[in-house]
Design a binder for this molecule. Structure first.
Ligand code: BEZ
Ligand code: FE
Length: 298
């Protein structure tokens, strides 16, 4: 290189051995600190992965095509990138990092794409199963703090799929609006209860590129049977979680890694006509007692 060119050169040329440093060095001095941290790490790891894998041009093109297909699958109702993050365990990792709680507090898990805000508010005991499908289930329990003291006025937002494995929003016009959703409030003793149907396992949406990837990896798309909850109370960290049935074959192979041991509940089968009658259920039915434990907001 001529002395003149060497003197006017601000940045190093690209070379295989120093590729990530060359790219990262281009960031301006006034780049936002957090963005600098995130991009430096991303570029370092991305270049490291490429150096490990050494893709051919054709393989790289296929990778780009996959991400393009993921983008094309996205609509107001379908977020294929989040689904990708879910099946790679990244959604659960981000959730775990952001929800480290004291021992005893109910653990968090993934929100999922089927939460709808502003569900109907119901009084305790209401049956949220509006399509009448599935095995009847009564859920009761308390919301308490980590010292075991009841929290009156806590809000329990619940949603689940129906007996065919679909959420109401996936079957508009087929299921009644707000089927298997509702918001309950704990009474002065911190107690809540409602009626519903026992949840079933169901596949995550697998008709897009993420479903194809799962197939290519020899993985199935099924989620372990669960009910979703968001539990909130003033002064406490909100909980976004699920409760899982103990008899589901997918507990240890949930497609999005959402299962935690502490969230597997004891669903009891009740074969008692009088209890069934008092709940306006057919017999037998299922009963679940579950307490949510909230940690104080830091
Ligand atoms: C769900 O549990 O509703 C869900 C979570 C992740 C991906 C798809 C569905
Ligand atoms: Fe779900």
């Amino acid at each position: 290189m001529s002395t003149q060119r060497a003197e006017s050169k601000k940045y190093a040329y690209f070379e295989e051995h120093s590729s990530a440093e060359v790219v990262n060095a281009r960031m301006g001095n006034d780049t936002n600190q957090r963005l600098r941290e995130v991009m430096t790490s991303l570029v370092n790891h991305l270049h490291q992965a490429i150096k490990e894998v050494e893709p051919t041009h054709e393989e790289w093109r296929q990778g780009i095509q996959f991400l393009t297909d993921v983008g094309h699958m996205c609509t107001d109702w379908r977020q294929e990138f989040i689904l990708l993050s879910d099946i790679l365990g990244v959604s659960m990792l981000v959730d775990s990092i952001n929800n480290r709680r004291p021992t005893g507090a109910t653990e968090n898990t993934i929100l999922g794409p089927f939460y709808v805000p502003d569900a109907p508010r119901y009084s305790n005991g209401t049956n949220i199963c509006l399509d009448g499908k599935g095995e009847p289930l009564v859920v009761s329990g308390r919301v308490v703090n980590t010292s075991g003291e009841p929290i009156p006025g806590a809000t329990i937002d619940v949603w689940q799929s129906n007996d065919d494995g679909f959420y109401d929003v996936q079957q508009k016009g087929v299921q009644p609006d707000w089927n298997l959703r509702g918001v309950f409030t704990t009474d002065e003793d911190g107690k809540y209860w409602y009626r519903s149907a026992k949840p079933h396992s169901y596949p995550i949406p697998d008709d897009g590129p993420v479903g194809k990837l799962l197939g290519a990896l020899g993985r199935h798309p099924n989620r372990a049977a669960h009910v979703h909850y968001i539990v909130t109370a003033p002064g406490y960290s909100p909980i976004v979680t699920h409760i899982f049935t103990p008899d589901c074959p997918y507990l240890d192979e949930d497609a999005v890694f959402g299962v935690k041991d502490s969230l597997i509940a004891n669903f009891q089968k009740v074969d008692d006509e009088r209890s069934a009658d008092s709940l306006e259920f057919s017999c037998p039915f299922w009963s679940l007692n579950w307490d949510f434990v909230l940690a104080s907001q830091r």
